[in-house]
Design a protein around this ligand. Sequence first.
Ligand SMILES: C[S@@+](CC[C@H](N)C(=O)[O-])C[C@H]1O[C@@H](n2cnc3c(N)ncnc32)[C@H](O)[C@@H]1O
Length: 264
Amino acid sequence: MSALASQQTRTLQLVYGSDGSGDLCQPDNVQFLADSMAVRVDVVVADGGFAGARGRFDQEAAMLPLLISEASAMIQTLQPKGCFVCKFFDMTLPGTVQLVALLALLFERVTVVKPVMSRPASSERYFLGQGFRGFDEEESKEGAVSTRQARVLLNEMLALATAGQTCGTPVDGGEGGKQALITSMRQALARGSPFVAWLRAVNDKLMRSQVEACYAIHARLEMEEGEGEGERSAHEEEESAIDVDSYRQIWGLDKLHTSHRKEQ
Ligand SMILES: C[S@@+](CC[C@H](N)C(=O)[O-])C[C@H]1O[C@@H](n2cnc3c(N)ncnc32)[C@H](O)[C@@H]1O
């Protein structure tokens, strides 16, 4: 075994939760994960998704319980100043916007990116949080957030999302720390707030670039088809060794292609 492989064996530990299912949407499994870690980590990445949600008109709502659970796991395992990368899909439903607002309070810097390699027909994008402001203490330090209170809030949001109530507002009241968080979230979510304007700009920008990319790919496919096979040199043939049909199929461009053709 190579040195690298043996190191990986030493450091990689798979955790399936207290019920052995590996289902992160069970709060006990998140707790089990946190308890099984000797130390908090520098980076948490979450790439959750399931085939059943793909292409569904309500994909965003279907994903919400898992996203909340991933945030909950992050809060219990990331160390102060650490980074969080999490795959989201659309960010338009009140429940998703609320979750992003809470995450924005938990990090010094946040951004949302869609890497070039990400399929343009998919609304997937990545939340990136840098400089985790969570602290284990009961009372928040100035500028920090009590991880315990954030967890309580996330568990409430999870219960609402699991019940299909994606527009639920966190319940008022409770202990001081939680109430302070709710107040901060409400401020972030207020009409005309910088957070709401920022998230709207992110959504608009991503939607535009997705549509533009899909049309550009479509135009390229049309061009590929328009070019006669015999007119290309052997070199060009090799250069453009693209399986056009598989791209069209995988990126879900079939419908776009068909409707465009019908219009002509
Ligand atoms: C896109 S894949 C992630 C692939 C991963 N980045 C990798 O390189 O292997 C999405 C993963 O989310 C997992 N997943 C879906 N629902 C989950 C849940 N409730 N709890 C834990 N994992 C879940 C799926 O089993 C799947 O492995």
